[in-house]
Design a protein around this ligand. Structure first.
Ligand SMILES: Nc1ncnc2c1ncn2[C@@H]1O[C@H](COP(=O)(O)OP(=O)(O)OP(=O)(O)O)[C@@H](O)[C@H]1O
Ligand SMILES: [Mg+2]
Length: 286
């Protein structure tokens, strides 16, 4: 007999997760969440709802107070430092503030995603296996940055920096992406491009993702499933088309949601267009 929690299609299973910070703030209350392999979930909710805390408990940047986090069946909450490092390789993290190493090049930042794999001295001398360099270059082509491989990170725009952040996370060859407000510092068009790119890469690689995002319209447009958090409790979990005014009120409180829900959640034709042609053009393939 197969236990539900260990079904092969489950990549992450969070059960009865609680987090109380030393300040007394109860940021998560008995959170249960199951993410399937390849599933892209948008995590929405007001400021302070516990979105960042939840994804940080998953990779243990924050230590949960109680409860369970299982990645591919492995309990993460009580791993020792060596096994935690191994588990973290399987979880790529993408941040709002990009967290690039400013004085290093795009290529070097991309390769830093392999640091958990390459030995210390090798990485100290920045000697990465040629297969890693080739993989990084392929990914830079994929995200449209191939002609910037040698540019320093501090010379990039916000959108370009986030693409490097995405490449670095993918260089870990993760099974799960943990993404905290990837578009918060970006203009609306760049935000859409970045969300579309993340979604396409997840689809291409069968990668699951939890994406914390404040922009409800973007969440509805790009995620397959939306989870709404309010004061540390999951108050909504469903497909984008079931996120109606009542659900938004449950998550954020009373408001007139007409403008947010817009044209019934329908997505303009060009939003579904793939970024592939642009990538092919940059790679000189088209
Ligand atoms: N390091 C910390 N120490 C104490 N309390 C914290 C800490 N980090 C977060 N909190 C508290 O935990 C709660 C959840 O915070 P969290 O940052 O997870 O929310 P969030 O949903 O990510 O908010 P935002 O949308 O503003 O990023 C808040 O009450 C916050 O004040
Ligand atoms: Mg946050």
């Amino acid at each position: 007999m197969i236990e539900l929690g260990t079904l092969p299609s489950t990549v992450l299973e969070v059960a009865r997760l609680n987090k109380r910070y030393p300040t007394g703030d109860l940021a998560l209350r008995d959170v249960d969440l199951r993410i399937g392999r390849g599933e892209v979930v948008a995590l929405i909710g007001p400021s302070g709802a516990g979105k960042s805390t939840l994804i940080r408990c998953v990779n243990r940047l924050v230590q949960p107070t109680s409860g369970s986090v299982r990645l591919d069946g492995t309990e993460v909450t009580d791993l020792g430092s060596a096994s935690l490092r191994r588990a973290r390789r399987r979880m790529g993290m993408i941040f709002q503030e990009y967290a690039l190493i400013e004085r290093l090049t795009v290529m070097e930042n991309a390769l830093s995603g392999r640091l958990g794999y390459v030995g210390f001295w090798r990485s100290w001398f920045r000697r990465f296996p040629t297969t890693d360099v080739a993989e990084a270059f392929t990914l830079l082509i994929r995200v449209g940055l191939s002609d910037m491989a040698n540019k320093r990170a501090d010379a990039l725009s916000g959108g370009q920096r986030q693409r490097v952040g995405i490449v670095r996370a993918l260089m870990q060859r993760p099974e799960l992406l943990l993404v905290d407000e990837p578009t918060a510092s970006l203009d609306p068009k760049t935000s859409r491009q970045i969300m579309r790119l993340i979604l396409e890469l997840c689809t291409e690689r069968g990668l699951a993702a939890i994406i914390n995002i404040h922009d409800v319209a973007l969440a509805r447009q790009f995620a397959q499933r939306i989870v709404g958090l309010r004061a540390g409790v999951i108050v909504f979990d469903g497909p984008p088309n079931s996120l109606d005014a009542a659900a938004l009120t449950a998550i954020y409180g009373d408001e007139d949601w007409t403008a947010t829900l817009g044209h019934g959640g329908k997505v303009a034709e060009d939003e579904h267009r793939s970024a592939v042609p642009e990538v092919e053009r940059l790679a000189g393939l088209a």
